[in-house]
Design a protein around this ligand. Structure first.
Ligand code: C5P
Length: 235
């Protein structure tokens, strides 16, 4: 399985001036944890990392330090996550030999190798899937009104899932979806949304509660705690 890791974002919501994936977490950059988990997944045979040119040397150093026993290629990302993925998908499609792809956000550094392998296996049966977990909170749909943010609806919780990555797709379909998005000006925050807009089915693979997307400083604290616990050998 080929894997694309979008890692071309910034550190704005984390309050950082550099790409948040380069921030240290238990002594190594966040992206190193993500890369190591992907590299340890038996089903992953090739990894492409989407990055901004100024981050290139730092990300090369991360790849050298993790030293995965499989090919890792750096690719130039875009101005949005969607554009970064577009570029990765364009590259893989141009090879003409890749049938399926997983996409995993560099910011989800707690995903386990088992989750990658579960998604790879499930992708042999369907054209589109995402890792997701059932929503724990009650979710409100709102609109801004004259007196503040007003609740419009409360969707039935039992039908709600929180989307994670990895997300996996048949590559020619994903490429077609991204081309269509560009033509139509669709802007989405994950790749499954493109399939949904086209009416193509996307299935859910049970994700992991610990598979957080590191977005705020609180996420960093939680991630450090979880990683620390994993490093302690079971007695
Ligand atoms: O900002 P956020 O955490 O939602 O981004 C999700 C993922 O997309 C991150 O791993 C980030 O590095 C990546 N990204 C990207 N190119 C961008 C913006 C975000 O690859 N232009």
């Amino acid at each position: 399985m080929h894997l694309l890791i979008p890692a071309a974002g910034s550190g704005k919501r984390m309050g950082a001036t550099v790409n948040k994936l380069l921030l240290p977490l238990l002594g190594r950059p966040i992206l190193a944890w993500t890369l190591e988990a992907a590299a340890r997944a038996c089903s992953i045979e090739w990894i492409g990392i989407l990055c901004q040119p100024p981050d290139w040397p730092a990300i090369e150093a991360i790849v050298a330090a993790v030293a995965p026993a499989k090919p890792v290629q750096l690719l130039v990302g875009g101005a949005t996550r969607q554009e970064s993925v577009y570029r990765g998908v364009e590259y893989l499609y141009s090879l003409g030999t890749v049938e399926r792809v997983l996409i995993h956000d560099g910011a989800r550094c707690l995903a386990t190798p088992a989750l990658f392998d579960r998604c790879s296996a499930a992708l042999q049966q369907v054209d589109g899937l995402i890792a997701a977990i059932p929503v724990k909170d009650t979710i409100k749909v709102t609109e801004s009104g004259p007196k503040g943010i007003q609740i419009q609806a409360t969707p039935e919780r039992s039908r709600l899932w929180a989307a994670q990555t990895p997300q996996g797709f048949r590559l020619p379909l994903l490429w077609q979806a991204h081309r269509e998005a560009l033509a139509q000006g669709w802007q989405v925050t994950d790749d499954a949304a493109l399939f949904e807009k086209l009416g193509w089915p996307v299935y859910i693979v049970e994700g992991e509660e610990s598979n957080l997307k590191l977005t705020t400083p609180l996420d960093m604290l939680l991630a450090a705690q979880i990683l620390q616990q994993r490093l302690v050998p079971a007695s």
